[in-house]
Design a protein around this ligand. Structure first.
Ligand SMILES: Cc1cc2nc3c(=O)[nH]c(=O)nc-3n(C[C@H](O)[C@H](O)[C@H](O)COP(=O)(O)OP(=O)(O)OC[C@H]3O[C@@H](n4cnc5c(N)ncnc54)[C@H](O)[C@@H]3O)c2cc1C
Length: 473
């Protein structure tokens, strides 16, 4: 099948309006969120149904055209970016955004892959329930995208990551067959777990078209606090104290370095930090309580009071209203946006056992500062999961592009090697995409890597599903 035949067949299958080929129409699909990867797709296909997704896959297969699945295009590792060959088809799930069902008795919601995360949260909320996956890009990230990258976010320490919240999938295989796996069961031990294989596969093994998702009860009350700390060790102690006292009530524990708050203050001056910026570290802590507001308040005050008394915390502010709690979370969520506004930077998404976090940060910060005097360490993240976004911004007066070009490789090597040596990971929640294929080849256990290649070959022998992502071909 020629390229012209493929485009004609795609238009016949989807309708002219749902096959984009003009560069201006495709621009938003051709470049990733961080503007690191800009490709040139042959076309962007926008199917509206699972059957249409299967048709697109079969047509692309006949034409031997590679497919790049795309959701909200908010991924941070280039996984949804087409290459520059002008031959790949971006398959956007954007039109498939229906919540198909919500069954309160089963605590299950079935959503199509293109459903935006915030819409799923809203649908659950309107039914008096909670879909707990939450991240700063939730206004654009889709269910297909969060599952394909096994996203984490701010509530993992209580509810788990995307994988832990998914009961079943509907997907289109690389051969163009539809897999009807939308189970709503908690238990189903019937062979290999294909759901877990597709989750986190970053579109390299098939296309997720819908998912059944677990819902939780809405907490009766939530309390949020902002705590100033002298160092990461104090944050780790506070985490242990909060876990012991609050148990499953602890639903958020985010670490924020002071440099992050300087960037937020510069680019989003309306967002005012609740405490003066005179401490090196801050923690944003959230308690979800199943009783009531007074109970929640008393529990949180007890934890923070004890931490202040013991000298573990320097100062703290408790949100007195929902508006104040929202404002605290907005500061946290604007850190990546403030970093993007400040200019290109070097991002890391490392995981380290919590027990080693304090020495890891102390050691690596000292080494990085020796390597690049005046480098700005923009460190924040999900300390409750042992996951930090350990980012580096150019010194204030330096050119951001030149900084990245000069230092990225050495900084990556330093931090990734240190994380691996500490028993951690070079990619905690963002995935591998294009950005970290070299790290995967270097650090992944050899037997695991061999199994990954074998699975890829078995399911996608022609290598048409998101080639070059995760595994180097
Ligand atoms: C400001 C900001 C904050 C963020 N915070 C977090 C965070 O806290 N935690 C976190 O984990 N991530 C975070 N991210 C990263 C990003 O939001 C997540 O990776 C999200 O899961 C991507 O969803 P998406 O729909 O945008 O996917 P895309 O970017 O479109 O795609 C991501 C990957 O999934 C594949 N894919 C997409 N849809 C499908 C499908 N239907 N079937 C098969 N493959 C598919 C793509 O090919 C690609 O490999 C953040 C991003 C931004 C911009």
């Amino acid at each position: 099948m020629t390229t012209a035949d493929l485009l004609q067949a795609l238009r016949a299958a989807l309708g002219d309006d749902h096959v984009l080929t003009a560069p201006a129409d495709m621009a938003g699909y051709a470049e990733d969120w961080r503007k690191r990867y800009r490709g040139v797709p042959l076309a962007v296909a926008l199917p509206g149904t699972t059957e249409q997704v299967a048709s697109v896959v079969r047509l692309c297969r006949a034409a031997r055209a590679a497919i790049v699945p795309q959701g909200g295009n908010t991924g941070l590792v280039g996984g949804a970016a087409p290459d520059g060959s002008g031959k790949q088809i971006v398959l956007s799930l954007k039109r498939m955004r229906r919540v198909r069902a919500l069954e309160a008795a089963d605590r299950v919601l079935v959503a199509e892959a293109g459903c935006v995360l915030a819409e799923v949260q809203r649908a659950a909320r309107e039914a008096g329930l909670l879909f707990p996956l939450s991240l700063a890009a939730e206004g654009s990230a889709t269910i297909g995208g969060v599952l394909s990258s096994n996203a984490g976010g701010t509530a993992v320490l209580r509810y788990g990551n995307a994988r832990a919240l998914c009961l079943g999938l509907e997907a289109v295989t690389p051969q163009g067959a539809i897999w009807h796996g939308l189970s709503t069961l908690r238990k189903d031990n019937t062979g290999y777990d294909l759901r877990d294989l597709l989750i986190g596969a970053e579109g390299t093994l098939g296309i997720i078209t819908a998912a059944s998702l677990m819902l939780y009860p809405q907490p009766a009350a939530r309390r949020t606090a902002w705590v100033a700390l002298a160092d990461v060790a104090a944050a780790v102690h506070l985490l242990a104290r909060a876990r012991d006292a609050l148990d499953a009530g602890l639903t958020g524990f985010e670490l924020i370095g002071r440099e992050c708050l300087h960037l937020v203050a510069r680019h989003f001056p309306a967002l005012r930090a609740p405490l003066p910026l005179d401490a090196p570290w801050y923690v944003l802590l959230e308690l979800s309580d199943s009783e009531d507001e007074a109970h929640a308040q008393a529990r949180l005050e007890a934890v923070l009071g004890a931490a202040l008394e013991a000298g573990g915390a320097l100062d703290c502010a408790l949100a007195a209203s929902l508006a104040q709690a929202t404002a605290m979370w907005q500061i946290r969520e604007h850190i990546p946006l403030a970093q993007a506004a400040e200019g290109l930077n070097i991002k890391h998404d490392i995981a380290v056992p919590i027990s080693r976090m304090a020495s890891f940060v102390a050691d690596t910060s000292a080494r990085l500062q020796r390597m690049i005097p005046d480098v700005r360490l923009v460190v924040f993240g999900h300390l409750g999961d042992g996951n930090l976004h350990y980012n580096l911004q150019a010194p204030a007066a330096a050119d951001a592009d030149a900084f990245r070009a000069q230092h990225e490789t050495a900084c990556n090597e330093l931090l990734h090697a240190a994380a691996m040596a500490a028993g951690g990971s070079f990619s905690a929640e963002h995935g591998v995409g294009l950005l970290k294929t070299a790290e995967l080849a270097r650090y992944k256990d050899a037997a695991a890597l061999a199994m990954m290649h074998a699975i890829k070959r078995a399911l996608d022998p022609d290598g048409l599903m998101n080639p070059g992502k995760i595994l180097r071909t």
